[in-house]
Design a protein. Structure first.
Length: 261
C-alpha cells in the first residue's frame, strides 16, 4: 500500500530528520549569541555587584534595545544581558534582582533543559503523527475526516508545547527564588510590577481581537502570570525570613497558608 511505503520511508529518514531538527534549534541560538557579542558592551558596575553578591563570576552586558528585558543562555556561559530600556525603567536594586533571577537560570542550566525537552516533545509529537497516519488518512465522510484532523492537531500541539510550557513555568519560579535567597525578593516583585505596567500601557486601546490573541499568547508563555509570581515571591520572602530567624511556628504558618491557598 502507498501509506505503508510512505511510513517506511519516514522511518528510514528519522536519523536525518533528527539532525535537521537539532540544527534548526541550535543554529539560531548560536547565531543570536554571536550577534549579541558584537553589539553589546560590558556593564562593569553591575558585573562587580552581582559577583560580590553571589560570590560567582557573572558578567553583565548592556544591550542597546529600548524595550525593557533581560535574558541569559543558561548552561551556555555565565553571561547576563540587560537592555537599555530595563536600565531606564528600574532602580538599581530592582536591576540587581532581575540579574539574580537570570543567574538562577544559569546555575540550573535551564536553556539546556529547555532544548532537551523541546527536542523530546517534538519527537513524541512526530511519533504520534506517524502512528496515527493510517487512521487519519482512512477514507471517511468529509465531516468525520475534519473532526479527526482537528482532534489530531490539538493533540500534536499539546504533546509538543505542553512539556516546555510546564517546565518553563517551573524554572521561572525557581529562578525567582534565587533573588529571594540573596535578599532581593521584594525588589524583584516590584520590578515585575513595573514591567507589567509597561506592557499594559503598550497595549492600551487595542481591539478585542488583539486582546484575545494576547490572552492565548500569555497562556502559551513559559512565564507564569505576574500576579502569581509576585504573590509567590512575597510568600518566599517571608518564608526565608522566618527560616533565618529559626521561627518554626512562622515557617509552619506560611507553609500551611501556601498549601491551603
Amino acid at each position: 500500500m502507498k501509506i505503508d511505503k510512505y511510513l517506511d520511508k519516514l522511518n528510514e529518514q528519522e536519523g536525518e530528520q533528527f539532525i535537521i531538527t537539532l540544527i534548526q534549534i541550535l543554529v539560531p541560538l548560536f547565531l543570536t549569541i554571536i550577534i549579541l557579542y558584537f553589539s553589546v558592551k560590558k556593564n562593569s558596575k553591575l558585573t562587580e555587584k552581582i559577583t560580590k553578591i553571589t560570590k560567582r563570576n557573572y558578567v553583565v552586558y548592556e544591550v542597546p534595545i529600548s524595550e525593557p528585558n533581560a535574558f541569559c543562555f543558561g548552561g551556555f556561559g555565565n553571561h547576563i544581558f540587560v537592555t537599555k530600556g530595563l536600565l531606564n525603567l528600574l532602580n538599581e536594586d530592582e536591576i540587581l534582582a532581575v540579574c539574580l533571577h537570570e543567574a538562577g537560570h544559569i546555575t540550573t542550566f535551564d536553556v539546556v533543559q529547555n532544548l532537551a525537552v523541546s527536542l523530546s516533545s517534538t519527537w513524541v509529537a512526530k511519533a504520534f503523527i506517524e502512528s496515527s497516519s493510517k487512521f487519519l488518512l482512512k477514507t471517511d465522510t468529509p465531516l468525520l475526516f475534519s473532526v479527526k484532523v482537528i482532534f489530531a492537531f490539538i493533540l500534536v500541539v499539546l504533546l509538543s508545547a505542553s512539556p516546555i510550557i510546564i517546565l518553563g513555568k517551573i524554572n521561572e519560579y525557581r529562578a525567582d527564588k534565587y533573588s529571594v535567597k540573596f535578599g532581593y525578593g521584594k525588589h524583584l516583585a516590584s520590578s515585575l510590577t513595573k514591567l507589567q505596567k509597561y506592557v499594559d500601557e503598550e497595549h492600551v486601546g487595542e481591539n478585542a481581537f488583539m486582546k484575545s490573541i494576547r490572552k492565548v499568547s500569555n497562556f502559551l508563555d513559559v512565564h507564569p502570570s505576574t500576579k502569581n509570581r509576585v504573590d509567590r515571591l512575597l510568600k518566599n520572602v517571608e518564608l526565608y525570613k522566618a527560616i533565618s530567624k529559626r521561627n518554626i511556628s512562622g515557617v509552619k504558618t506560611i507553609v500551611s497558608d501556601t498549601i491551603g491557598g
